[in-house]
Design a protein around this ligand. Structure first.
Ligand code: MG
Ligand code: MG
Length: 255
């Protein structure tokens, strides 16, 4: 079922989103060569709890940590551990927070020290693909108008998109209907309505689109070992477009 949120519900979702954005700021400040992914996870969890929220991902389907931290060829669901970040790595941090029963969900890819021009380009294109998709997030449009715009932009830059991971509705659960693909034809899926809350999250591979899951049953990597990037915002559909919920004071935090 796809729900439209009331203004009261949206107030909770704005606060959940703001807390997610605060945790991203804390992660961004901490990320540098020499820090472990476990330390970054602890910093994010502390930030989330400091604001009276709980980490959405801890225990979700049995996930063991507060955040998913995915380094280089890890696409999503990396488990924070003793892995030490090195100069030249790129690291995707996916953060969810639950405030008064409502969730926010946002992922961002960060550079560790000095990264290659190829990695910079991958990050730039993936981030922009999110905003290309959001240009079509508007009441009256169809869901896959967003998907199509993301896919076209990514493919035009010569990258690929994994087929088995997508964005999603969000609200009192982290993952709600509808599924929001990152590619495919436009003009399909539900008609977007005011008050629908969605997590839009392009995931992009530098190489081929195939993925595999490691033996821990969580960590998803590119099959060819190529680099990946992941950018995600939680938004609400408005009459004229959309509002980003996973942000602070409506400023773009992460550029
Ligand atoms: Mg996420
Ligand atoms: Mg998500």
């Amino acid at each position: 079922m796809i729900t439209s949120k009331s203004s009261r519900e949206l107030e909770y979702m704005r606060e959940a989103g703001r807390i997610v954005a605060c945790a991203h700021q804390a992660a961004k400040r901490a990320i540098k060569p020499g820090i472990s992914t476990k330390e970054i996870d602890a910093i994010c969890e502390e930030e989330i709890r400091k604001h009276g929220a709980t980490p959405s991902f801890k225990g979700l389907y049995g996930f063991p940590a507060a955040t998913c931290i995915s380094v280089n060829s890890v696409l999503v669901h990396g488990i924070p551990d003793d892995t030490i970040l090195k100069d030249g790595d790129i690291v995707s941090v996916d953060i969810g927070a639950c405030y008064h029963g409502y969730h926010g969900d946002s992922a961002w890819t960060y550079a560790v020290g000095t990264i290659s021009d190829d990695a910079k380009e991958l990050m730039k294109v993936t981030e922009q693909s999110l905003f290309e998709g959001l240009k079509h997030a508007k009441a009256g449009n169809r869901l896959t108008d967003i998907s199509h715009a993301i896919g076209e932009y990514v493919y035009a830059h010569g990258y690929s998109i994994p087929h088995d991971y997508a964005g999603h509705g969000i609200g009192t659960s982290v993952h709600e209907d509808p599924t929001v693909p990152n590619f495919g034809p436009s003009g399909q899926g539900v008609v977007l309505k005011e008050g629908m809350t969605l997590a839009i999250e392009p995931m992009v591979h530098m190489g081929k689109p195939q993925t595999r899951v490691l033996k821990d049953n969580w960590t998803v990597v590119t099959k060819d070992g190529s680099l990946t990037a992941h950018y995600e915002h939680t938004i609400v559909i408005t009459k004229d477009g959309y509002e980003i919920l996973t942000t602070i004071n409506k400023e773009e935090l992460f550029r």
